[in-house]
Design a protein around this ligand. Structure first.
Ligand code: HEC
Length: 167
């Protein structure tokens, strides 16, 4: 863009007088493009839908003894929030602190393949999920545990090890 702009001005003989103007115009154009990309990236609402689904699925994976699937659901529940690093830089650290803090007993129970510990941690963390919703002004989004997984197209009752998830 800048190159094209400079070329046009060189032809018209205005390069010296207008070069700084041209850089500014190119900068503004790049900024506009960045703003456009930022506007198209998800903030919290879209990734949170994936968080919600993976969180529900995780339970049935653990219950079915498919510990790799439970671990996988947890991993990508967290990764689903990555766009918020860029689009919600002030709020993203709250998610990170939640996943590494309040959520860690769930991950530990998955790693230990311990269903009793998992059920306890999973039930407890629902309160933490909801507390963040309240804190961020979304107290009307209250989670409830489903009786069946959201995604019906996966086999939950399958014996696997938590460590089976590729790095
Ligand atoms: C860091 C704070 C935070 C934490 C922790 C958090 N949420 Fe959310 N969640 C939000 C916010 C904010 C929204 C509303 C989205 C928006 O409009 O920006 C939301 C919305 C949702 C939604 C509704 C999405 C939709 O649009 O349909 C679901 C489902 C959800 N969260 C699930 C969860 C689950 C499950 C957990 C815990 C494992 C969790 N959330 C933890 C902040 C959080």
């Amino acid at each position: 863009m800048l190159k094209k702009c400079v070329q046009v001005l060189a032809v018209t003989g205005l390069i010296v007088a207008s070069s700084s103007l041209c850089v500014n115009a190119a900068g503004a154009d790049i900024q506009k493009q960045i703003d456009g990309i930022m506007g198209a990236l998800p903030k919290f609402a879209v990734p949170m839908r994936e968080v919600g689904d993976r969180f529900q699925n995780m339970y049935f994976a653990a219950e079915g003894g498919n510990w790799a699937l439970a671990s996988y659901m947890s991993k990508y529940m967290d990764k689903a929030m990555n766009p918020a690093k860029v689009t919600k830089p002030k709020e993203y650290p709250d998610w990170k602190a939640f996943y590494e803090g309040d959520f860690s007993p769930v991950n530990k129970a998955i790693a230990a393949e311990d269903m009793a510990a998992f059920t306890k941690a999973y039930t407890a963390v629902i309160t933490s999920c909801n507390e963040c919703h309240v804190a961020m002004g979304y107290g009307f989004i209250q989670l409830k545990k489903l009786a069946a997984p959201v995604d019906q197209g996966i086999e939950y009752k399958l014996s696997s090890k938590a460590a089976d998830v590729p790095k």
